[in-house]
Write a protein that binds this ligand. Structure first.
Ligand code: G1P
Ligand code: ZN
Length: 541
């Protein structure tokens, strides 16, 4: 065992989801080690306990895994469960932490950000409930990064992660585990696999786009091998270090291969995609896109069809910018709906306390109490189970949902890579207008309130402030502005737009058309073009 002297780095502050930086930043001597040691320094009582370790396979995953194994050993973990080849999806890590009562886990991923020597890398710590470390833990880690002077590592050859089985490194047992098995077993306990098998037997057609990222092996085993979907159902199914040069974010812009197929002449009945580390999902029907906010509401409304959820939902939680479609379902069911800040870590306490069963974010994240992360393939299986139980198309299911509950037209406009100073100025400018905006009228829309969202956790009463500027209108429409907390360079402005339409003769409208007036109001109030220097958003979802 060696103790190495080091000096602190600036900027090792975890964002919405862990520490994300360019690979080049992580490759600086001691950079990764400092952060990993700071994680361990912020924890108590892990000696002799189990750590789960894996990543999405992006460039630098292999190198970082070896360093972390050697550091976990030197710091006194009793056992490390590491995915074969260093691979584990984010929801799989969560499932494994819970199943084996591990102390915590380290996930190597920058989620949906591109990978490769010139792209992004990331590292994230999850606690013993399987969920992302809450803010008090990430803050403690950050404080340690500022004062770190040394780290511990064993001097040993690299561990062979290609073969399953047990090894020892120093005093620590290293178990190289199958990346898929525990996760696949869990899925089988939640859904009616026989019913889904029947669906595929009847000739049902589907494409799942793994976007050259981590879900490829999971989807092949679960969809093709276990559920009998024809070979070729999973596309881009081999994880690549650079995700094939793509941007592994399952949305209409980046999942273009799948989108082209689903909007083409020979479109399958169901299309889905997942992101770099497997926690996000996109759901498509034939020439039909399901917004993530609607998807959450529809899963909730159909939960009675799913074995694990048929006894009822305790409650639903959604992040603040997510549309209120789920609130309407919760209301009809007579259950609570919680509104949390952006980021999955805010759902953990609600799930642990048994206050909610389903959670979701507009950013293509959906999940339940089965793990403490959002879960891409889980959402796909949930939809498959609904499709099998209802024998209707995706589009019909969504349209029937709107007819019953009304439609929450929804869209998010992202302005990526904006100068940070200018993005902060835009937010400042909104702050200055905050007290004057209420009661002002813009066309048909009258502003009811304007605030910077803050949240008091109902279980531990911790307070999170400055979570996004909300402008609420009298008819329930909303515009929300916030800056991304996951970016690596510059700033990303996110503008969230929502309006409610009870009249089913208007439900066929395109969201951008239905939201046109609100989009104009957002520009008038925030002066997006002036501050960002952009004529149009980079990504519209
Ligand atoms: C984004 C999403 C957020 C999600 C996070 C991690 O964070 O908006 O909903 O939880 O990625 O996947 P942001 O970049 O907006 O801070
Ligand atoms: Zn992700």
């Amino acid at each position: 065992m060696k103790t190495i002297s080091t000096t602190s780095f600036q900027g090792q502050k975890p964002g919405t989801s862990g520490l994300r930086k360019k690979v080049k930043v992580f490759q600086q001597p001691h950079y990764l080690e400092n952060f990993v040691q700071s994680i361990f320094n912020s924890l108590e009582g892990f000696q002799g306990q189990t750590l789960v370790l894996g990543g999405d396979g992006r460039y630098y995953n292999k190198t970082a895994i070896q360093t972390i194994l050697k550091m976990a050993t030197a710091n006194g973990f009793g056992r490390v469960l590491v995915g074969q080849h260093g691979l584990l999806s984010t929801p799989a890590v969560s499932a494994i932490i819970r199943k084996y009562s591990a102390f915590g886990g380290i996930i190597l991923s920058a989620s949906h950000n591109p990978g490769g020597p010139h792209e992004d890398f990331g590292i994230k710590y999850n606690i013993s409930n399987g969920g992302p470390a809450p803010e008090n833990v990430t803050e403690a880690i950050y404080q340690h990064t500022l004062s770190i002077q040394e780290y511990h590592i064993v001097d040993a050859p690299d561990v062979d992660l290609s073969r399953l089985g047990n090894l020892t490194l120093g005093q620590t047992q290293i178990q190289v585990i199958d990346s898929v098995a525990d996760y696949a077993d869990l899925m089988e306990t939640l859904f009616d696999f026989d019913q889904i098998r029947q669906l595929f037997k009847s000739g049902f057609t589907m494409r799942f786009d793994a976007m050259h990222a981590i879900t490829g092996p999971y989807a092949r085993i679960i969809l093709e091998e276990t559920l009998g979907a024809p070979a070729g159902t999973v596309i881009n199914g081999t994880p690549l270090e650079d995700f094939g040069g793509g941007h592994p974010d399952p949305n209409l812009t980046y999942a273009h291969e799948l989108v082209k197929l689903m909007y083409g002449d020979a479109a399958p009945q169901f299309g889905a995609a997942a992101d770099g580390d497997g926690d996000r999902n996109m759901i498509l029907g034939t020439r039909f896109f399901v917004t993530p906010s609607d998807s959450l509401a529809i899963l909730a409304a159909n939960a009675h069809l799913i074995p694990d959820y048929k006894t009822g939902l305790a409650g639903i939680a959604r992040s603040m910018p997510t549309s209120a479609a789920a609130d309407r379902v919760a209301e009809a069911m007579g259950i609570d709906c919680y509104e949390t800040p952006t980021g999955w870590k805010f759902f953990g306490n609600l799930l642990d306390a048994g206050k909610v069963t389903l959670c979701g974010e507009e950013s293509f994240g959906t999940g339940s109490n089965h793990v403490r992360e959002k879960d891409g393939l889980w959402a796909v299986l949930f939809w498959l189970n609904i499709l099998a139980a209802r024998s209707q198309s995706v589009e019909t299911i969504v349209r029937e949902h709107w007819a019953k509950y009304g439609r929450n037209f929804y869209s998010r406009h992202d302005y990526e890579g904006v100068d940070s100073q200018r993005a902060n100025d835009l937010i400042q400018n909104l702050h200055h207008q905050m007290t004057d905006l209420p009661n002002q009228k813009f066309g048909a829309y009258q502003i009811e309130f304007c605030d910077d969202f803050s949240y008091i956790d109902p279980t531990d009463h911790s307070i999170s402030t400055n979570q996004g500027i909300r402008i609420g209108f009298q008819d329930g429409s909303r515009i929300v502005f916030r800056l991304s907390g996951t970016g690596v360079e510059g700033a990303t402005l996110r503008v969230y737009l929502e309006s409610y339409e009870p009249d089913s003769t208007k439900h066929h409208l395109d969201a951008q058309v239905a939201l046109k007036e609100l989009i104009g109001i957002a520009e008038t109030i925030a002066q997006i073009k002036k501050y960002t220097g952009r004529e149009a958003p980079t990504v519209i979802t």
